[in-house]
Design a binder for this molecule. Structure first.
Ligand code: ADP
Length: 485
C-alpha cells in the first residue's frame, strides 16, 4: 500500500483530519465542530481541552475508518487558525485559561497605547498594531490570570499558538516548537533576522522562557505515539500560508485568495521582505531548509459570511449556491452598491468601527439586485487589496482561488473581469489541509521538492478577463461614506 499523509487542520470553528495519498489526492476526511465562547463584548475564546479532544477524535476516527496502521502513515502535518493564544503549565500541561482567539478585541485599548511604537513594530514584524496578533493576548493573560506572571518569570509556563500547543500535546510534552509562519503572526518575531525579538519581548513584558523553538515549515518536529504507534510530525504552517503552499504559489508574483467566511489574499514576494505602505501585512510565507520566502497579505473580514447573512439574516434564499442564479436575474442597469462592513473593514482600511450600508436603492430594487451587489462588493474588495499590493510594488502573475465561495462561477468570472487577470480554480480546493500535507510529505521524503509538488496542481477551471463596465469608482465613493473617520 502506498503511504498516506494525515493533515490536522485545526480551524476557528472546527477541527478536521484529512488523509492524502502520495500524489496529493484527497482520500477522506473527518470533521468536528467545537464551542465558540463569548464571555464579554468583543471577547472570543475556545476551550483548549475541547480543541484537543476534537483533534484526537477526528484523527482516531479517520485512522480507524481507513484501517491505517502507523507504518502506513508517512507523516502528520498541522495547519491551524493563526494568532490564537494558549498558555499552559510546563509540568502538568494544564492550561491557565481558555485560548484567546484571533478575533478577540479585548486588548484594543492596550494596542492604542502602543501607537508610538507602530513604526518600530512594523519594521521588525511586518504587522500593524492590532489585538488580532498574539503578543497583546499573552500580555493580557500574564497580567490578568492570578499568579501567571510569577509562574512565567519562574519558567513554569509555556506559550503556544495552536500548532505549538497541539505539537506539545501530541509529543506528550517532549517538544515545544512552532514553525516560522506561525511565529511571524505573534508580533514578537523579527521576520528580518528570523528570531524572537528581545526588544519586543521587553516592550510587551514577556519572559523569553515562555516561547517555543521556531523551526522550518517542513521539519522533523517530533513524533506522536497516540495513534497506535510512532508517527512523525513533519509539517506545520498557519492556515493561510498552508493554502499558499497547497496552491503551489512558489514564485514571486503568484497569488492565492481564499474565499471562506472571510477572504485572505497572499502574494509571494520572494526572498525580500516587502514593507507595505498601504496597510497590508508583510509576513513569512514559508521557511524551507533555512531559506525564508516572504509574502504580503491582505484580509477582508466579510466574504462568504455576507452570503450567509443574505441567506440566514435576510432570508433571501435557502442555499448559498442559489445566489448565482439570482445574480443572473438581476436588472443589468441596477446601480445598487452594497458595502458589507458587517464587522468593520479589513485591509487596506483597518476600520473596526465602519458599518455596512446599501446605496442606490430604487423602487425596482429586489432580492436579485441586492444579492448581485453583495457578491460584487467582494470582488471590489479584492480589487482594493490588489491595488494596495500593486502600490506596494508587489509583482502580480496569476490569481489562484479557493474556499467555499469559488463554487460560484459568476463570482470567479466577475473577479477576472474587474481585476483584468486570469483566475484559476484548482481541482483540489482543500488547499489549506493540502499545504500542510505537502510540508509533512517533504520532510518525510514522499515529495522531493517544490517542483515535484507543482506537478500535482491542476486547474479545474480558468476564468479569463472579459471587457466589462464595473461600478468600481462608485464602490470607492460608497466605502468613503461608511468609514468611521
Ligand atoms: P470556512 O472555511 O471559512 O468555514 P468555506 O471555505 O467552507 O468557509 O466557505 C463557506 C462560505 O462560502 C460560506 O460563507 C458560504 O456562504 C459561501 N458559499 C458557499 N457556496 C457558495 C456559492 N455557490 N456562492 C456564494 N457563496 C458561497
Amino acid at each position: 500500500m502506498s503511504k498516506k499523509i494525515i493533515s490536522i487542520d485545526q480551524g476557528t470553528t472546527s477541527s478536521r483530519a484529512v488523509v492524502f495519498d502520495e500524489e496529493g489526492k484527497l482520500i477522506d476526511f473527518e470533521q468536528k465542530e467545537f464551542s465558540q465562547i463569548f464571555p464579554n463584548d468583543g471577547w472570543v475564546e475556545h476551550n483548549p481541552e475541547e480543541i484537543w479532544s476534537s483533534v484526537v477524535l477526528v484523527t482516531k476516527t479517520l485512522i480507524k475508518r481507513l484501517n491505517l496502521l502507523p507504518e502506513d502513515i508517512a507523516s502528520i502535518g498541522i495547519t491551524n487558525q493563526r494568532e490564537t493564544t494558549i498558555i499552559w503549565d510546563k509540568d502538568t500541561g494544564e492550561v491557565i485559561y481558555n485560548a484567546i482567539v484571533w478575533q478577540d478585541r479585548r486588548t484594543s485599548s492596550f494596542c492604542d497605547s502602543l501607537r508610538s511604537e507602530e513604526d518600530r513594530i512594523k519594521k521588525k514584524t511586518g504587522l500593524i498594531i492590532d489585538p488580532y496578533f498574539s503578543a497583546t493576548k499573552i500580555h493580557w493573560l500574564l497580567d490578568n490570570i492570578e499568579g501567571a506572571r510569577k509562574r512565567a518569570e519562574n519558567g513554569g509556563l509555556l506559550f503556544g499558538t495552536i500548532d505549538s500547543f497541539l505539537m506539545w500535546r501530541l509529543t506528550e510534552g517532549r517538544e515545544h516548537r512552532t514553525d516560522a509562519s506561525n511565529a511571524a503572526r505573534t508580533m514578537l518575531y523579527n521576520i528580518n533576522s528570523n528570531e524572537w525579538d528581545e526588544e519586543l519581548l521587553s516592550l510587551f513584558n514577556i519572559p523569553s522562557s515562555l516561547l517555543p523553538e521556531v523551526c522550518d515549515n517542513a521539519f522533523d518536529f517530533g513524533h506522536t505515539n497516540l495513534f497506535g504507534g510512532k508517527i512523525s510530525i513533519g509539517g506545520s504552517a498557519g492556515d493561510q500560508q498552508s493554502a499558499l503552499i497547497g496552491q503551489c504559489c512558489f514564485e514571486p508574483g503568484e497569488v492565492k485568495s481564499t474565499y471562506g467566511t472571510g477572504c485572505f489574499m497572499i502574494v509571494n514576494t520572494g526572498e525580500e521582505v516587502l514593507q507595505s505602505n498601504n496597510k497590508l501585512l508583510s509576513t513569512i510565507g514559508y521557511r524551507l531548509k533555512g531559506k525564508t520566502t516572504y509574502a504580503l497579505e491582505g484580509s477582508i473580514f466579510v466574504a462568504g459570511s455576507a452570503i450567509q447573512w443574505l441567506r440566514d439574516g435576510l432570508n433571501f434564499f435557502e442555499h448559498a449556491s442559489e445566489s448565482e442564479s439570482l445574480v443572473k436575474q438581476a436588472n443589468k442597469d441596477s446601480q445598487v452598491i452594497a458595502v458589507p462592513a458587517l464587522t468593520g473593514l479589513g485591509a487596506p482600511h483597518w476600520d473596526a468601527e465602519a458599518r455596512g450600508a446599501i446605496f442606490g436603492l430604487t423602487r425596482d430594487t429586489g432580492v436579485p439586485e441586492i444579492t448581485k451587489a453583495v457578491i460584487e462588493s467582494i470582488v471590489f474588495q479584492t480589487k482594493d487589496l490588489l491595488e494596495a499590493m500593486k502600490k506596494d510594488k508587489a509583482l502580480f502573475k496569476s490569481l489562484k482561488v479557493d474556499g467555499g465561495m469559488v463554487a460560484n462561477d459568476w463570482f470567479n468570472q466577475e473577479l477576472a473581469n474587474v481585476l483584468q487577470l486570469s483566475v484559476f480554480r484548482p481541482k483540489i480546493i482543500e488547499t489549506t489541509a493540502l499545504g500542510s500535507a505537502y510540508l509533512a510529505g517533504l520532510s518525510a521524503g514522499v515529495f522531493e521538492s517544490l517542483e515535484d509538488l507543482k506537478s500535482n496542481w491542476s486547474v479545474d477551471k480558468q476564468f479569463n478577463p472579459l471587457e466589462s463596465s464595473s461600478k468600481y469608482t462608485e464602490w470607492q465613493e460608497a466605502v468613503k461614506k461608511v468609514l468611521s473617520d
